[in-house]
Design a protein around this ligand. Sequence first.
Ligand code: GCV
Length: 653
Amino acid sequence: MDGYAAWLNYTEQPRQSWTISQSLVPEDDCLKNILAELRQAWGAESPQTETGWQLILRLNPLWGAEAYQIRRSGLQLELTGGSTVGLLYACFDLLTRVRLNRLADGQTIREAPATPLRMLNHWDNMDGSIERGYAGRSIFFNDNRLLLNERTRDYCRLAASVGINAVVINNVNVSGEASWLISPRHYAALAELSQLMRGYGIRLLLSLDFAAPMILGGLDSADPLNPAVISWWEHKVDEVYAALPYLGGFLVKADSEGRPGPFTYGRDQSQGANLLGRALAPHHGLLIWRAFVYNAQQDWRDHKTDRARAAYDYFAPLDGHFADNVYLQIKNGPMDFQVREPVSPLFSRLRQTNLILELQLTQEYTGQQVDICYLGSQWREILDFHTFNPAARSGRDRISDLLTQTAWPGLKAGIAAVANTGNDRNWFGHDLAGLNYFAYGKLAWAPDADIMAVAADWIRLTLPAISEATGQALLQILLTSWQTYEAYTAPLGIGWMVRPGTHYGPAVDGYEYDRWGTYHRADHWGLGVERGPQGTGFSELYPEPLAALYRSAETCPDELTLFFHYRRYTDQLHSGKTIIQHIYDSHFEGAAAAEAYWQTWRSLRSELDPALYARVERRLERQTANAREWRDQINSYFWRKSAIADPKGRVIY
Ligand code: GCV
């Protein structure tokens, strides 16, 4: 088993006999793809209708385009979609239900996505490399060209099967040939790709270089208020849409980590975003502007500047300044996709800005698809977080209420995630990392989904041949994996401590004297960044009661205590343990848990496909070694700093 089919693994199910007794406009691409999917799953259509499924496809244009209904009466299956995209979603749901034996006679299922925009961002470069990619090279690019092959279609099938409806194919760090994606050099290939994606209900979007008027247009400025720049963009966007009428819009990373942006010209972020938003408006395109803007040239001696504040400080004052088709895309936490961070305070504050929550599937800081880390556990906490945004209707202020646009009237919102796929045969490098992609789609569609049920379904769909007991063992690993990863890496919300550059494995002081604003401030008394009112004041960016919760070390939740406060090693946590004892215990326990995953996997060997077994086993061996390394470096470092021995007498170096 090579993992290529992922959860669309139809091999173990009996072929089904089926026929479509009524078809709609056959030249519609979605309909063609529905038929192709049915054939792939169930085999060729069969004329003996009495013994097989009889499908009737209908449209109900009064529904939202992505809504659908499945009604079963005996062997008759009536699928109704708000459009053929809705029918495609109905088809994937039907195939899943038949495989999981979850479609009773007489049952009617009605579904519509709760989040309108469900997007993936690929950080793929045109040379074929992927920034922070851990599953091989790009499936979209090689050698400065677009790739279009059977794999592209299979990618669309995977994405559509979990309800993804927008994909940005190129890295937000746009450079080299990627700046030229919006030029005639690439229109023909992009048009073909966007047409293919459209047949799967997916809008293609592109990351843009803010300096394009200079690079492509030869202007001497990219100032968003310069009339020549404005007119260049208007013409450029008209040209792009003439070639790519189905383009969803653009994504921009500006003024961050060396990218050009409006700050160069003394303009603010909304002026940069609106320049492009206005050019896109006549074409109904979206402009997605990232809030990940910070000064990456910090002096470690400076205890007042706080990277965690940056997005808030830049963007909160601009609430209400953005054009109607502009969305602000905000990373879940104020720093950068650490295993644990508080939710960004921007979600608690903005009330007149369209929002997108940005998550990271690619496991940059969470094990790089070597270590198992089911991020659904992290996302559940983020989605359930009460923002206390004063604009939200009472009781509807969770992040999930924002995404589903139920928090307050007029709010437009969506969700995005940095993708974890590549051209490895199994798409994800680690077979078990496929769950993160699957779960992201499911939570984007229904943010209140149960992450345990999602994982259990993923196991049954991806590994249909394994026994119930093996499935349960695997489920236990997956459900505890995020907590395990957190336990053996940087403690109590402090984050980082990773090897500079690669971001895999421990280097406690790796970023301590660097320019990235990512410090732990450990000394011989304690550690942590003081972000209360006496420190950087970050806690005060939240509305009450969150500010009060985070402001004081007495009330701050244990898991974030070092994010918000400098604490002494001897301070007591709510758990009853001291900080130092927590560090020792969690690292010994986390590393032991990782090793136990490896043992469990080995005990399942006879149950598992040999190739799958070997792929995952190799990674578990590496995860165990990584966890040990984290355990020993962190414990030794803090023992040496604090001179407090482990009362349990375990080995520390
Ligand atoms: C695409 C982090 C990563 C970068 C990434 C950046 C971003 O800093 O390490 O590789 O760049 O986030 O989200 O823009």
